[in-house]
Design a protein around this ligand. Sequence first.
Ligand code: PRT
Ligand code: MG
Length: 228
Amino acid sequence: MDDSPAPLTIALSKGRIFDDTAPLLHAAGVVAQDDPEHSRKLILGTDRSHVRLIIVRASDVPTYVQYGAADIGIAGKDVLLEHGGAGLYQPLDLQIARCRLMVAVRNDFDYESAVRQGARLRVATKYLRTAREHFAEKGMHVDLIKLYGSMELAPLVGLADAIVDLVSSGNTLKANHLRAVEEILPISARLIVNQAALKLKRKTIQPMLDAFSAAIAGSRRRQVPAQA
Ligand code: PRT
Ligand code: MG
């Protein structure tokens, strides 16, 4: 019987997801041979000959994994909610790339009165699906405007009354005279696995999931030291 590990493709985006994932990959014994910030390669080899990384747009990660072009991926909950999660197994909250999905408005816009009066608001976002659900749950009528980035600009130039966007430090809102008025949900990155790959390659994938879980548990223990 062939005991060599099955080839494994891991999809992730460069920037904060790659930066926060590198220590977890390292804990699983996987080190990329190139730095995606400095290399133009889209397929990166690793020191484990059966494991390769593919570098894709953050919002494309679930698509690569859904169709089996990657076995495993790392994607923000924000991206997964928009994608819908079809064909994906989501075994682990990696607790990295944390932020909050929020509704924000200009400092001088009275959101609370607008809501009370049942005003019909224009909301700009790249998170159409999540925003639609949020406002429907609140019983608010909104007109959603799809944007692909820099949502913070929309209320400043009269494109929208409000935005739905990710906030981490809050510095971007502050610099643009915006304020957060509602939290929709806390966000962190999740490990996603192609459902068929999990069955076919379990012997290769399971030890990686275990190493990731152990690394997350370890970093949580370091953040919350046990009481003496
Ligand atoms: O850049 P690209 O258009 O390719 O895609 P992307 O912007 O979705 O990717 P990337 O790499 O920027 O983000 C990947 C994932 O990181 C997201 O899907 C989130 O799950 C997570 N994440 C965590 C964040 C942030 N924190 C975050 N702060 N993604 C984006 N931001 C942006 C936010 O949109 C806002 O413009 O940072 C700005 C706010 O930051 P603060 O610190 O000023 O509040
Ligand atoms: Mg970005």
